[in-house]
Design a protein around this ligand. Structure first.
Ligand code: AMP
Ligand code: MG
Length: 520
């Protein structure tokens, strides 16, 4: 296995001159060198199709060399691994220096004229590990590996995952932060992206008044990832900010469309490329509920609840804007971008919802139709994924009553669909059916269009947990089964119908299914 390693991040940007792997504050540097920890008994559990994008053959994925490199046992020839330096706001509070505490970058490899940064998550201590161990457990690694790939296939911008390895080492974790620490299997995921730069990478230099390094990083980002921006322009950082805002907005619309709740939208967990990054205590809406977050660490304020994600992205953009503004000191274009976000988001959201409803054209009344739907979906617990998928089956000859029958499968307690609730739904169905008649789109075309944006299969919280429970007892087969399923989330997949089901009752309050902490 040979890689064409050509790292730009470490060659173009200043390194921490201290090469010791000791925990410390790091200044005027974008990264520190750190070597992955050698695992005691590595095993490759799963490799994704992303291997092909990197030019790794099927046979190579089964080689010792693959296992050694992607578990951290051996380095790619010529690699000088490093951990990035960044800061961030956590749950709305400035946290100062954070950095890659358990992610080690192996470097960027070029294949087919594309450059990919490879990063091992859970590969041991770095200067940014603070009080933690630099490791990751199997459960969170399965979740990251499966969900990154699932998001990609859903068409939502995301970092990718190449591989999932067991390290053979045990890792101590207090999963629910309740004093019940236990040993769990350690694991390493190899993540891949064009870059892992986050909002926090800019914030750290701005917070320290280190304009020089901030500017180097911002210029690097433009040069590598936003080549459409003129590096000679006086307002290039404002242009960068505007471009990042657009990409972030697009990502959030994608999350809202598929019912994904990130769970920890701290500024260190927002990619400068507008890609979903850092899969921790994320979750999928089962019952549609704008107030829902899977993250028990956020139970009190629910800052990162589903319905708040667009507003939090804007809050985070404010922080990034402050950092980039500190170089050019011309506020107006930054303010314009922030003001524009609100308007653009609303437009993009309603466009997306129109697509979910199979509406091709724009009518003024669509907004109230969509807003009413949001309320209706919360009247009685309604499975978001199943609802939209069933809704696609309506025809122009449906009545409100027959339409309700078609979506009935989405209701957790169909018996609650009586009286006021039923009447409210019938009113909505009547309006929706009238709107479909008005559009008069060929019904197959409408259904196909809806099925192309409303997934049939998502990584429901309990599904990931089933794979985790099986893996804990040594059966890793469900990881690949789910991986294969989620490669075609919009296809019917008759043989996989069992996964097109509401969350089973046992999973309602189970740890890992509806309750997740940041412990990983
Ligand atoms: P997260 O909330 O997972 O994005 O992590 C926030 C910060 O804590 C980042 O700087 C991580 O690198 C760091 N971190 C999380 N878990 C660990 C760990 N087990 N060891 C070292 N650092 C960690
Ligand atoms: Mg993070």
């Amino acid at each position: 296995m040979k890689f064409n390693l050509q790292d730009t991040f470490s060659t173009d940007l200043p390194a921490d001159p201290n090469k010791n792997n000791t925990r410390r504050q790091v200044f005027h540097s974008c990264y520190s060198y750190a070597i992955p920890r050698v695992p005691s008994a590595p095993v490759v559990l799963h490799v994704s199709d992303f291997a092909q994008t990197l030019g790794i053959t099927e046979q190579e994925t089964q080689s010792d060399s693959f296992k050694e490199i992607f578990s951290g046992a051996k380095l790619i020839v010529g690699s000088t691994p490093y951990a990035m330096c960044y800061a961030g706001h956590q749950f709305g509070h400035w946290a100062g220096q954070l950095g890659d505490g358990r992610a080690i970058n192996l470097g960027e490899v070029v294949y087919n004229n594309k450059r990919w940064a490879l990063q091992l998550k859970g590969a041991g201590e770095t200067p940014y590990s603070r009080t933690a161990d630099g490791l990751a457990v199997l459960r969170s690694s399965i979740r990251e590996h499966l969900c990154s790939e699932a998001m990609y296939h859903l068409g939502v911008p995301t970092t990718r995952s190449l591989s999932l390895c067991l390290t053979g080492d045990e890792v101590l974790r207090d999963m629910m932060y309740d004093g019940n620490a236990a040993y769990e299997k350690g694991a390493v995921v190899c993540r891949v992206a064009e870059s892992f730069i986050r909002f926090g990478n800019f914030q750290i230099f701005a917070s320290r008044g280190d304009k020089k390094t901030l500017q180097l990083l911002a210029d690097y980002t433009i040069r590598q990832f936003y080549p459409e921006i003129d590096l000679g322009s006086e307002s290039k950082y404002a242009a960068l900010f505007a471009a990042v805002a657009d990409r972030t907005l697009n990502m959030i619309v994608g999350w809202q469309r598929v019912g994904f709740v990130h769970g920890v939208m701290n500024t260190d967990n927002l990619s400068i490329l507008g890609q979903t990054i850092d899969y921790g205590p994320y979750g999928w809406l089962e019952g549609y509920d704008r107030g829902w977050t899977p993250n028990t660490t956020d139970r009190q304020h629910k800052r990162y609840r589903y319905g708040n994600q667009p507003a939090i992205a804007l809050w985070n953009l404010h922080q990034l804007g402050n950092a980039l503004y500190s170089i050019e000191q011309v506020a107006e274009p930054f303010e314009k971008t922030l003001r524009g976000y609100q308007q653009k988001y609303v437009e993009a959201y309603f466009d997306m919802m129109r697509q979910k409803l199979g509406l091709n054209t724009e009518e003024k009344t669509d907004i109230s139709l969509i807003e009413a739907l949001e309320l209706n979906l919360e009247l009685t617990e309604t499975d978001m994924t199943i609802f939209f998928r069933q809704l696609a089956q309506l025809t122009l000859s449906d009545t409100p009553a027959s339409a309700l029958d078609t979506v009935d499968f989405a209701f957790y307690k169909p018996a609650e669909l009586v009286g006021e609730i039923k009447a409210t739904w019938e009113v909505w169905m009547k309006q929706y059916l009238a709107r479909l008649v008005q559009e008069n789109r060929p019904v197959e075309e409408k259904t196909a269009a809806m099925n192309a944006v409303n997934p049939k299969y998502v990584l429901r919280n309990y599904m990931a947990q089933l794979a985790i429970d099986a893996a804990d007892s040594g059966d890793y087969s469900l990881i690949d089964e789910l991986y294969q399923l989620l490669k075609e989330p919009y296809a019917e997949q008759a043989e996989n119908e069992k996964w097109f089901a509401k969350r089973p009752e046992w999973a309602r309050h189970k740890v890992g299914c509806s309750m997740l902490s940041c412990s990983s």
